[in-house]
Design a protein around this ligand. Structure first.
Ligand SMILES: [Mn+2]
Length: 309
């Protein structure tokens, strides 16, 4: 409790003269690190930080990461009607996503010529990569892991240090910075951060490779964001793609497709950093008091209309 005892120690230090000033100096150094949030969980049982507003100092973080020439890749899928979300995504990303860092967007789309012209901050780049449009949105979801995996092997291992795979039907509203950088990073799904794990929408059929028994699970992670070192994202996408293929051969589709497989994978390979729902919110939900900021959230849309590609 550094802050509560601080006043007493300060008085004692004044009374003690020069020795006291030394004590005071040590105390101030200790006091400059404040207790993190008490109203939310800020560390996982395996000691990975859970990132909430108030748990980090962006200036300290930038001093660590800014001058080491990091290259950060961001993938989005803008297939079929989802291309309409790309402009808002990019425009808000240029204001809030990893400002001051070298970010390279990789946009997977069936119509590269429709990728909007958004002015990028110097040092940032965008590459459109042609992909096939499939009839069902579930199929696109199934293909994402495969496409990311191939793209990492083809070029991203050479081009980026970190890779973050995001949904495109989202907008940035607030700082989404270098505090997200980590070895293997996932975000808690905004719908399930207060829910008991037995109520998580994991795949519950043992015949699926995404199966999670009712008494297991840490968090329910959102499929709309995963990232980390590019090598770790390669391992993740390889494992999820293999699991998706096995399920396909067995004619079973996990409850939430790639999100189910991502959750299964992260049960065995714990993320080294977990993002709170500030980093991935759902605008159809009311903002609860513990959510001090909404950094990135879904665009409210008509799912039936937009998924009918
Ligand atoms: Mn989405």
């Amino acid at each position: 409790r550094p802050s509560s005892s601080f006043g007493t120690i300060k008085l004692a230090a004044l009374a003690l003269g020069s020795l006291g000033r030394l004590v005071l100096c040590v105390c101030v150094c200790v006091c400059s690190v404040r207790s993190p949030r008490r109203d939310v969980l800020t560390v996982t049982p395996w000691l990975a930080p859970i990132i909430w507003e108030g748990t980090f100092n962006p200036e300290v973080i930038d001093r660590i990461y800014r001058n080491v020439n990091l290259k950060i890749g961001v993938t989005v899928f803008a297939v079929g009607k989802y291309i309409r979300f790309l402009h808002g995504f990019l425009e808000t990303a240029e204001k809030h996503l990893l400002q001051g860092y070298q970010v390279h967007y990789y946009v997977f789309t069936d119509r590269p010529s429709d990728v909007p012209q958004v002015e990028l901050v110097p040092g940032r780049a965008l590459t459109a990569i042609q992909v096939t449009k499939y009839a069902r949105w579930q199929e696109i979801s199934l293909r994402r892991m495969e496409i990311i995996k191939h793209t990492i092997k083809d070029r991203l291992l050479q081009e980026v240090d970190f890779l973050y795979c995001l949904d495109v039907d989202m907008l940035f509203h607030h700082h989404w910075g270098a505090e997200v950088l980590g070895s293997l990073v996932a975000a808690i799904h905004p719908g399930y951060y207060k829910v008991h794990r037995s109520d998580f929408p994991y795949e519950r059929r043992a015949t699926s490779t995404a199966y999670v028994p009712i008494d297991q699970g840490d968090f329910y992670y959102a499929g709309a964001m995963f990232g980390g070192y590019v090598e770790n994202v390669l391992r993740l996408t390889e494992a999820c793609h293999a699991a998706l293929l096995t399920d396909k051969l067995n004619a079973i589709e996990a409850a939430w497709q790639e999100e189910s497989h991502l959750n299964r994978y992260l049960l065995d390979r714990k993320p080294t950093k977990v993002l709170s729902p500030e980093y991935l919110w759902d605008d159809t939900k009311q903002q609860p008091p513990e959510l001090k900021v909404i950094r990135f959230s879904t665009v409210v849309k008509n799912y039936a209309e937009v998924r009918d590609i």
